[in-house]
Write a protein that binds this ligand. Sequence first.
Ligand SMILES: [Cu+2]
Length: 177
Amino acid sequence: MRILLKDVFAALFSLGLYLGMGLSPAHAEIRMQNGEIKLGIGQRPGVLHGVVMNHSNSATRWIGASSSAFERIELHTHTKSNDGTMRMHPVEGYALPAMGSVRLKPAGDHLMLFGFTGKAGDTVTLRLSFADGRSLEVEAPTKARAKHKGQSSPAHDMPHDMSHDMSHEEPHHGAHP
Ligand SMILES: [Cu+2]
């Protein structure tokens, strides 16, 4: 009787582990690599680049991010408009295939981080959330955006959505497949 009960518990335990796979937040199946935040100038939003990899057999969607160091974080992407220019806009999420990844990069998908409450050089903690209930806590260093020539030209002070575009990495124009 004692042996039987032990076997039953062992079986239940394995079943529990099996069912928990891919759902448990403790499972480090989703990871971020090379995460780095470039802060915006002044009040402009910062941008997160890096790679989020799904080392599991279940596809999901990356649907959000939050951090105590930022007031708000949006998921953005760039799309080519009719006149051929790349424009960024918020999206509901990014598809994260099984054994696949989302690559955040200039002129592509990126996280836009508003209202930084820390200081440049801080490493901040971000919580990434996924449509299947998984979530991931990651750390990313913040870097002040390098000052460059022409920074104070009038174009940089435009209040309309150009200024939002300008807070991104430089290579917006040209080499897009
Ligand atoms: Cu953006």
